[in-house]
Structure formats: C-alpha cells, structure tokens
Design a protein around this ligand. Structure first.
Ligand code: AMP
Length: 398
C-alpha cells in the first residue's frame, strides 16, 4: 500500500512516500518558499537528488506538482494507488491522544488550537485541504506532535497557576516532538527486547526536548504549553524565571510580540554566544577560543544533564538513555559532555563508539550502569505507520 507522509509549514511542504507495511521509502523531497519569490523543490529518488525552480503560488500548486512527479517517476501508475496521506500536526491540545482520520470536526479542532501554535496549525490545515483536493480518494490522517505526551498525569502537566486557567484558557503542558520520542522509545524497546522499560529520550536538535518514558508511555516531558520550555535550544531560552518577562517588558518598553520574538528567536545558544544558534558554529567558536561560545555550550549541556537527572529520579532508575535529532545524532562533543556529567550515576562513555554521526549505536562502555544509544529519529516513518494502520482499517470497514 502506498502511503504519503507530509509535513506542511507556512511556506514549505516536506514529503516522503512509503510502500507499507514494508516501510520502503519510494521517493522524498521538499517544496520551499511556497507563496514567496524564488520558490523551488527538491526530490530524492533512487539515490539521486534533483532541484527544480518553479513558481509555487500556494500549497495547492505544490501538491499538484507532487502528484505529477509521483506519476512521472513511476512511483504510482494512478493517483488512486495512494491509499493514505498522513499529516504532521504540531498542536493537538487535550483533544487528541492518538492519530485520527480527518473529518470536519477534526479540522475545526485543529483550527481552534491555532492560538497555541499560530505558526503551525493554520499551515497544517492549508496542507490537509490541498492534499484532499490533489488526491480525493486517499484517506487523510493527522499525527499529532502532542499526542504521545497525553499520558502525563495531572500533577505533571499542570502549572502552579490559578487552577481554572487550565480549563478556561487551556494553560497546561502539552509537550512536543512526541512523534520522535515515540519512535525512538519504540526502537529502544526493540533493541532491549522488552517493553517494561524506563527510558529517557533526548531529542536534541534546533528545538530540543527530553521525555521520561515508562513501559512505552510518556510520564513527563520538558517542553510545555509551547516548545519554549525545558532545555536551552538554538534560539529559545527554555526554562526561565517567569517574572523576568514582565520585568524586562517594562524596562525596555517591549510589546508582547517583541518579547515573544526575543524569547524564541534571540535567546538560547544564540543569545548567550552572540554568534549562532547552530551547535556546529558554537563548537567552532570554542575551538577558536571564544569564551561566550564556551559558556553557551556549558549552560546547554548543564540543562540536559539536569533534566536527565530529574527524570532518572522520577522514573525510579533508567534502562537506557537515547540521543536523537540533529545535535543528539551528530554532536560527538555534546554527547560526551552530557555522559561525563552523569558519571556520578556510573554512566561511562565508550569514546570510540561515540565518535560517529547519524547511525544507530551503543555509545557507552560495557560496565556503564545505564547504556546510552544514538537512535536516528524517523518521524516520517512514524506518520506513515499510523496512516497505514488507519487506512487499512478504513478499507476493511468499507
Ligand atoms: P534538527 O532540528 O533536528 O534538524 O537539528 C538541527 C541542528 O543540529 C543544527 O542546528 C545543528 O545545531 C545540529 N547539528 C547538525 N549536524 C551537526 C554536527 N555535525 N555537529 C553538531 N551539531 C550538529
């Protein structure tokens, strides 16, 4: 069965087509600068990558080209072969604890939650509607980044704010990166050969979050109402004293929007180093002797260690720690510094095993109390799996 995984942003559309249940990638690519000047798309097929400059007025146009390319490359002979299209949706609120087939009610809930994810949810709706037009016979499914975290207990998702705010204004912790945390925790359990496990999964990319996963269920996660909570990220501050916000707004006469931009786009590694939000640039800065890059990295690593320690206690021990996403999969230094910071728990790195990028690998010594693994994440595959299951069930029900 041919399944398409889609991640629609406000000006982009990433896709990957799979043969399911074999999980074979047939084609992948990304449309960029949709609705802007100089739009283009790239496609990866059979190990080759092509790039085409083309006017992309809107998402409808991108989907139309995508369907034409699927036919052109012979991925399908007819568009009816695409049985399911799965869409990543950033914010599912408390409504969705699993992936669902799209209907009017689902669309209106995603729309209602736009105030919690103003950059993402409206773009997802545009993408879903464009996909419906382009492939009207496919089942449209939505896979929520928040769904995996819906298993958290009230004491972990509530903030110590007026209790009514949760009901009235939906102020609570939803978490993010759930599709990734779910994928790597499932894979980790496969490697361990059992499912009654205590895992700490570290999704450390430009955005970063850590989850505590017990018996396959998330019990806590570091992101909050929005992704700007928990860890220090590329340009987000993560956890801070909330009172800094009104204090600095008054001092600098900032509007809420300006403050929001500073907290999300000018803080984190970028804010401290003054150099870059990219951990590769921070590592280069450290080599050149830049003291603020060094400080930024120290703070970044400290926060990761703090969260691992917190979740170790909350889980009552830990069977494995997983590193994933851009930094987690590729930064040899950050992984080493985090693992060294856990030495009090008896965690010991294997320097040679850790000296790799982007591969699934055990990176701790045989006598390490907790094994640490790199597991490259695969959110697209997770979306395809859920979409396949929902599409196959839907076919059986017809
Ligand atoms: P993601 O958001 O998961 O795509 O991760 C992107 C981030 O991964 C980049 O901004 C970099 O900070 C980081 N990254 C990618 N490759 C490397 C590398 N070789 N070394 C260190 N950091 C890396």
């Amino acid at each position: 069965m041919k399944i398409l995984s889609v991640n629609a942003g406000s000006s982009s559309l990433k896709f990957q087509a799979f043969e399911m249940p074999e999980e074979e990638v047939l084609i992948s690519g990304v449309f960029e600068k949709i609705g802007l000047e100089d739009s283009f798309y790239t496609i990866k097929f059979n190990g080759e990558k092509i790039r085409k400059e083309v006017e992309l007025k809107n998402h409808d146009k991108a989907f139309k080209i995508l369907m034409d390319e699927l036919l052109e490359y012979g991925v399908v002979e007819s568009l009816d072969e695409i049985k399911g299209i799965g869409h990543r949706v950033v914010q599912g609120g408390s409504y969705f604890d699993e992936s669902v087939i799209v209907d009017d009610d689902v669309l209106s809930k995603i729309d209602e939650l736009s105030s919690l994810a103003p950059l993402h949810n409206p773009a997802h709706i545009v993408g879903i509607k464009a996909a419906m037009k382009a492939a009207p016979n496919a089942v449209e499914a939505v896979v929520f980044d928040t769904a995996f975290h819906q298993t958290m207990a009230e004491e972990n998702y509530l903030y110590a704010l007026p209790y009514e705010w949760c009901d009235e204004y939906k102020i609570r912790k939803y978490g993010a990166h759930g599709t990734s945390h779910k994928y790597v925790s499932l894979r980790m359990n496969e490697i361990l050969g059992r499912y009654n496990t205590k895992l700490i999964t570290c999704h450390i990319g430009n955005g970063a979050s850590i989850s505590a996963v017990k018996d396959g269920k998330c019990i806590n996660t570091s992101m909050g109402l929005t992704p700007n909570a928990g860890l220090i990220m590329g340009s987000r501050c993560g956890d801070i004293d909330a009172t800094i916000v009104p204090y600095m707004m008054k001092k600098l006469n900032l509007t809420p929007e300006e403050m929001d931009t500073i907290l999300n786009k000018k803080s984190g590694l970028l804010g401290i180093s003054g150099v870059s939000s990219d951990s590769r640039d921070i590592e280069d800065g450290i080599i050149k002797g830049d003291s603020r890059c060094d400080l930024a990295q120290k703070m970044y690593v400290r926060r990761i260690i703090d969260y691992i320690a917190k979740y170790y206690v909350e889980l009552g021990g830990c069977d494995a720690i997983v590193f994933t996403a851009g930094v987690g999969e590729n930064s040899v230094h950050t992984r080493r510094e985090v693992i060294d910071g856990l030495s009090v728990l008896g965690v010991k790195i294997d320097e040679e095993a850790n000296n790799v990028r982007g591969v699934e690998q055990l990176i701790t010594a045989p006598d390490s109390t907790i094994p640490c693994y790199i597991i490259p994440t695969n959110e697209e595959l997770m979306i395809a799996r859920d979409t396949y299951r929902l599409s196959a069930n839907n076919e059986r029900d017809l």
